[in-house]
Design a protein around this ligand. Structure first.
Ligand code: GLN
Length: 198
């Protein structure tokens, strides 16, 4: 199989670090801002940032429905932090005033936006992660947590008693930011998922 092409949604947020981590994991990685770019990728990373702003930009750039359609069609996706929020089927504390975060409904889960943020804005910790031998050093920044998972969702990691990483088929999500620590194992895991699909 030829090397897959993986996109990073580049509307806002820390796209550069994800592109670097994907390249390190051995794939062709491109920023995605337009519909033709979205159509050209075999997998998509939705980075951290601000889920309300990203939702607004997705609508403004006419990417919201094309992205929903590709995800419904099984495009593998990995969402980190704000990206996890967007991949959910239900968002609690989604925001107000017409600038709410919109669920892309790719993973059957309910997430609470800024859940850890209400307790402490950011924190770090070492987590056991299903499928990885050594713990992951996880950086949480105004992070969500997962309050409900559907029957087909596998919990991959927990922090402080809350679910913070999940997988459902070709969809992966973490409440933390692996791109910030130079540890590419979660990006590699996602690349393996993408390779299994193309
Ligand atoms: N709190 C942000 C949101 O609601 C997520 C923060 C992050 O991505 N680091 O989208």
């Amino acid at each position: 199989m030829s090397s897959p092409r993986v996109g990073v949604l580049a509307l806002q947020g820390d796209t550069r670090e994800h592109l670097a981590a994907l390249r390190e994991a051995g794939v062709d990685a491109i920023p995605v801002r337009r519909r033709d770019e979205l159509e050209s990728v075999d997998g998509l990373v939705i980075p951290g940032g601000e889920s309300t702003t990203m939702s607004h930009l997705l609508r403004d750039l006419d990417l919201l429905e094309p992205l929903r359609a590709r995800l419904a069609d099984g495009l593998p996706a990995y969402g980190a932090c704000a990206g996890m929020i967007l991949l959910a089927s239900e968002i609690l504390d989604a925001g107000a005033g017409g600038r709410e975060a919109v669920p892309l409904c790719a993973i059957d889960m309910t997430v609470r936006r800024n859940a850890f943020g209400r307790q402490v804005d950011s924190f770090e910790g070492d987590l056991q992660f299903v499928g990885l031998d050594d713990p992951v050093h996880a950086v949480f920044i105004r992070a969500p947590w997962v309050e409900r998972t559907g029957a087909d969702v596998q919990v991959l990691a927990e922090a402080a008693g809350h679910t913070v990483a999940v997988r459902q088929g070709p969809m992966l999500a973490t409440a933390f930011h692996p791109e910030m620590t130079g540890d590419c194992r979660i990006h590699r895991m996602f690349v393996d998922i993408v390779k299994g699909q193309v």
